[in-house]
Write a protein that binds this ligand. Sequence first.
Ligand code: FES
Ligand code: FES
Length: 218
Amino acid sequence: MAEMDEPRQDDGAGKNVTRRRFILGVIAGGAVVSAASYRFLAPTRHYSSGVGERLIRLNVNGKARRVEVMKQETLSHTLRYKLGLTGTKVACDRAECGSCTVLLDGIPHYSCSVLTNTVRNKQVTTIEGLASPDGKLHPVQQAVVDHQGFQCAYCMPGFVMSAVGFLKQNPNPTRAQMAHGISGNLCRCQDYAKILDSMMHGAEYMRKGVPAAAERRA
Ligand code: FES
Ligand code: FES
């Protein structure tokens, strides 16, 4: 479908963007609201900033990051409000929906239910760390862009991280196996059939390589 014919939606900043560009923005972990704004908006219910914080070193998306954290601070909080990695979403904040999924040493985890100080010796990968340094999307991200398998896309980063972790273990899944592999993620828009389509295309892109742009769904 030509871009100019695509449905348009508000990006949250008052601009009309095409659906494909909107999805591309979310899938690459691009935040509509700046990290500085999120820091300002960080919830204070569980954490009193500055009191009892300890400086630790994390490895996030292949880079060493030094950050001050509370003993009881969750990884999702640290990623979003201390490191500005707002591609990781938080919906339920109690290990039920999967929207906060990140990879720890390649294995999907709910970051809302992991304490930051327990991952000091692990490789943390977020949605922002999937693309190549040159900006080339991960095959699963590219499949989502090509097949537009989400509606509001809030749950998308979590689904993508779960699928990427699952595909490391099972690169050639059946549709039922893929459904099982990402069953820890919920989509409030209930767009599951299209989400599965995208993930299955992502699996194929990983096995066979991402087709040239002209061959992909235009
Ligand atoms: S926000 Fe972590 S599982 Fe829902
Ligand atoms: S697409 Fe809206 S929550 Fe999943």
